[in-house]
Design a protein. Structure first.
Length: 150
């Protein structure tokens, strides 16, 4: 286990925030597929391929709730994994760093697709788009990158 610098700690905090929000939101959408938990109606999904919020809730829960927990673990513990290192496009960095960048881009794409389907931009979209940008920018800082170099 490698000691985290300030940037690594901030990355853990941002990913933790993302994970907590996505687990809460994903479970709420899975349990109340009509969107009533958030005072939404399924009418806002008319531009999407979904009839209710079940599939978006599952995607939210796993992609932005569970996967960031795995990334957090990997950032903190730095486990060796031949499988994850093999699918790491930047093989000279620990996979946890690369996956942090991946999740930041995935979050921005997710929010953009949401605004396209909903045909609206709410404050929550702005907050989570900014979170995705912050995760990417923080991960790409030279000091952060250096601490994940193999």
């Amino acid at each position: 286990m490698k000691k985290l610098n300030l940037n690594g700690n901030l990355l853990v905090i941002l990913l933790g925030f993302l994970s907590i929000g996505a687990i809460y939101g994903g479970l709420a959408l899975i349990l109340k597929t009509d969107g009533s938990f958030f005072k939404m109606t399924v009418d806002i999904l008319h531009n999407s391929p979904f009839k209710n919020f079940l599939i978006p809730g599952i995607i939210l829960l796993f992609t932005f709730g569970i996967i960031p927990i795995f990334i957090l673990y990997a950032i903190i513990k730095r486990p060796d994994s031949k499988f994850f290192q093999k699918i790491n496009l930047l093989y000279d960095y620990h996979f946890s760093w690369t996956f942090s960048v991946y999740i930041g881009f995935a979050l921005i794409i997710w929010i953009n697709v949401q605004t396209l389907f909903f045909n609206a931009v709410e404050i929550i979209h702005t907050i989570y788009s900014t979170l995705g940008i912050l995760i990417i920018c923080l991960a790409l800082l030279p000091k952060t990158r250096q601490s994940f170099k193999l």
